[in-house]
Design a binder for this molecule. Sequence first.
Ligand code: MG
Length: 283
Amino acid sequence: MKQITLVTACLALAFALSPANAQDKKKKKKEAAPKAHPTGYTDTPFLPGGKWRVHDDARPRPAVVTPGKTASDAPSDAIVLFDGSDLSEWVMDKDGSAADWTVKDGFMEVPPKGSGKGGYIKTKREFGDVQLHAEWATPAEVQGDSQGRGNSGIFLLNNYEIQVLDSYENKSYADGQASALYGYKPPMVNATRKPGEWQTYDIIFEAPKWDAEGNLLKKAYVTVLHNGVVTHHRQPYLGPTGHKSVANYNTVRDTGPIKLQDHGNPTRFRNIWVRELKFGTND
Ligand code: MG
């Protein structure tokens, strides 16, 4: 009898130490209900300002936005200004008539010189603080030089230009090359692709702010990514863009259209969308 008990005890010990039993125990541990994580706290210290606690459970969660399939596609809260099909969001800058730039194969293009068409175009809508995505390409066949080669431009708030130019192995003044705040600030680096290749701008623009008397309270600021490369980080503007002149804040406005420049070169644009930014909504 003693012998049987000993054998049973040995078998039980062998089973307890077996890898199969260890796995079983692990599995059971895994299957046990996980401890719920708190969705927030009500007893943590207050952040400066005293409105919200650290990790405050009562603090409103941000609005849900569905991103595009890629970072170039418009997210769900964007206003699409050009999807490749028509210029219904755009008018001629000079007189507000229908925009007459060429639309084909999913892009718009500055009309040829002497065609009787063309001129700057602008959005029908006006914007203040925005995130803007735009894609552009300078002519594949290189013509002209310096500022005469693939010149265009994107103007935020009617007058604040981010230069568009074929700056691929094309010497021109630094504050006039692609991604420059024209006439003021060159990009930190030249991230230009070859002529004819599609390029991206992702721009965050902060509109200038004024008091009731038209005194400037805050300058315009811009952040620019050119082909995914940061070329300006919250760079203040000297004022609305000028040519061969020093800019200054001589125009009081805090909203305006987005404008595209006709500089006489058949530059192309596609996939343009904008998100209106409401700074402070996450305060
Ligand atoms: Mg230009």
